[in-house]
Design a protein around this ligand. Structure first.
Ligand code: FPP
Length: 242
């Protein structure tokens, strides 16, 4: 039991530092994102090897539209490239793909591809890869609240039934356990509107390497370090309680 508690079921990653990785090498930022896709592949593989059931990757935030158009275009292109190239392999390996974030406003070809990935892998139950795309936690919570408000107005839901569990069930992550560990690369110490609700009791790991350098070894070390932590969820340390 103790081992289960300490092994993360769900790891979520803020993939940061592609731009700085490229800049340090005198390359355009887009090259950093391209190398970032290879780090994504490796992270998915490592998560499977480490028996992490759920891996969430923050690929594009609802604020990323503010970047120059060519960079936004490249990020959309890379998502399509990744899905087209890797979807069959993911499916064969039993990975279920789920996408969180706002679909409205995404180009039709991107939406279709995301839906295709979800539909193809819907019955897979070995691991789940959650891709956060056009995702912002405040937007996710507001969309959930809007759906609940509609049910309140129609009488389908009563005021008394508005509980944390009800909100949970209306989030994009409905049915997914909260992340045990949230990793952010590049040394920045922020959550940047990522999984604000779900992170209530998450552990954090801020790693000083840029995302393109995040390999299996760095991932495994973050998980090992997490496994040494004492999570209390508002209760007492296991040592004090026993
Ligand atoms: C942060 O680096 C990274 C992103 C905004 C995008 C992450 C995207 C990928 C790794 C590639 C596409 C994703 C998938 C799932 C295929 P930054 O540009 O903010 O770096 P900086 O802070 O150094 O400028």
């Amino acid at each position: 039991m103790a081992d289960n508690v300490r092994h993360p079921r769900h790891v979520a990653i803020i993939m940061d530092g592609n731009g700085r990785w490229a800049k340090e090498r005198g390359l355009p930022r887009t090259m950093g994102h391209r190398r970032g896709v290879e780090a994504v592949r490796q992270a998915v593989r490592t998560a499977r090897e480490l028996n992490i059931e759920y891996l969430t990757l923050f690929a594009f935030s609802s604020e990323n539209w503010r970047r120059p158009a060519d960079e936004v275009g490249e990020l959309l292109r890379l998502l399509k490239f990744f899905i087209r190239r890797d979807l069959a392999d993911l499916h064969r390996e039993g990975v279920r793909v789920r996408v969180i974030g706002e679909r409205e406003g995404l180009p039709a070809d991107v939406r279709n591809l995301l839906e295709e990935a979800e539909q193809l892998t819907i019955a897979n139950d070995r691991n789940t890869l959650l891709i956060a795309f056009n995702y912002g936690a405040r937007d996710e919570i507001a969309r959930a609240m809007r759906r609940i408000a509609e049910k309140l107005v129609s009488g389908e839901t009563s005021v008394e039934s508005v509980t944390p569990e009800l909100l949970d069930a209306h989030l994009d992550t409905a049915g997914i356990p909260d992340p045990d560990l949230i990793i952010r690369t590049s040394g920045e110490l922020r959550l940047s509107n990522f999984l604000l609700w779900q992170a209530a009791y998450s552990e954090f790991s801020f790693i000083p390497c840029y995302w393109p350098d995040f390999d299996g070894k760095v991932f495994a070390e973050a998980v090992r370090e997490y496994s040494m932590r004492d999570r209390r969820f508002g209760g007492l340390s296991r040592e004090i309680a026993s």
